[in-house]
Design a protein around this ligand. Sequence first.
Ligand code: PEP
Ligand code: MG
Length: 325
Amino acid sequence: QKAEWAKLLNEKTVSVDGHHVELAANIGTPNDLAGVINNGGEGIGLYRTEFLYMGRNELPSEEEQFESYKTVLEGMNGKPVVVRTLDIGGDKELPYLDLPKEMNPFLGFRAIRLCLEEQDIFRTQLRALLRASSYGNLKIMFPMIANLDEFRAAKTILEEEKQKLVSEGADVSDFIELGIMVEIPSTAIMADQFAKEVDFFSIGTNDLIQYTMAADRMNERVSYLYQPYSPAILRLVKMVIDAAHKEDKWAGMCGEMAGDEIAIPLLLGLGLDEFSMSATSILKARSQILRLSKNEMEELAEKALQMSTTSEVVEAVKALSDKVM
Ligand code: PEP
Ligand code: MG
């Protein structure tokens, strides 16, 4: 099987009936680049920049960040690279920021909430990104966006830093797409409004599932509620994809669900444009999608959206997969 997958390294990911989707990789550091290339990644769908900030005693400088972003952009040779701005908080702490303990860190002062408040940190990262933008195909993505005001505020700060850099004579790309992670239910519900202002969505199911089901993603005792294939999640995913397409924008997914064998047929059917996963899952996912018909998966997804339980959905996908795999 591995040998068969290896043949797909430089192939496009196209369904039996000719529909192309993009298979991208999630990375945490520039060291992950080799893995992306060796596994046939068509881009990077999520560069988690937290690791630049973690395991040290102080914030990374603009220069240090610039070098990392440039390395990744150059390494991908013009292929898309979605960089997510700092998503600290929740399960990821930065001791040197000395933030007060919270009762519910996953519902607290994290990610874009922190960046909009601690603007020095945010502006430094944005400057590093903007300066690196001329070395490849950069897309910038904000995490944990809960409403449009947050997106607009973050975008304004980005534009201010861009103006400053341009007036200082820096080389900044004019083609940086700006998107958001959809990982909070309010944002999925309001996706039609967001779609008018963002360039793309990337659905973060790791968090979207926990917030939709009110089930901590780290808590084993409630993991029975943490169900990616539940009709509730599928309906939210559909809202986001449909909203994007209505405004001619693209919708990706960078949560674990995007690389999941049972989810992939459903996501293809719902019209997901980009699937971002751990690099080692890419060739397997490609081999799966090459055997699926988009048309049939649309019918499957349509039925799944009308089902009442997760187990019905799983059975329907398995019945269909047994036929095609
Ligand atoms: C997500 O929430 O789905 C996601 C990709 O972000 P993280 O896992 O880093 O929270
Ligand atoms: Mg998340």
